[in-house]
Design a protein. Structure first.
Length: 135
């Protein structure tokens, strides 16, 4: 199992593609992962869908997004699916701009660690990092 990051715009088929191509990964919540990591347990083959929304929840709870990235880095393999939210109009609210920045920075850090990174657009995967020719 590998560390795989899947990014793209909203409603582009990211989750469906990830589920079809990597059925061995187990869907977990960040809370489950956090609770197990606190106990010292690591997961192999976790699947986090909607990572951008998970980070938003963490920020709203006053948690540091860097903790989430550090926790994920400890796990031997993961499949993370996230919307790219850094394009388009810059939000007026400071909190929205912070969420956008934190998400972008977190995805950059996870992309460094990932064995493979895919961008999905119109349901079509393009491998942007990793060996081989893609799917």
């Amino acid at each position: 199992m590998k560390k795989i990051l899947v990014i793209g715009g909203a409603y582009q088929g990211k989750r469906k593609w990830a589920e079809e191509n990597y059925p061995e990964y187990k869907i977990v919540s960040l809370e489950e992962l956090w609770n197990e990591n606190v106990k010292g347990n690591l997961f192999d083959g976790i699947f986090l869908n909607g990572f951008h929304l998970i980070l938003k929840q963490w920020m709203e709870q006053g948690r540091d997004c860097k903790e989430a990235v550090a926790m994920l880095r400890k796990n031997p393999s993961w499949l993370i699916v996230s919307d790219e939210i850094g394009n388009g109009i810059v939000p007026i609210k400071r909190e929205e701009r912070q969420w956008r920045e934190y998400t972008g920075r977190a995805l950059c850090e996870l992309a460094k660690d990932a064995d493979e990174v895919y961008r999905i657009q119109c349901g079509i995967p393009v491998k942007i990092k990793g060996g081989g020719s893609g799917c």
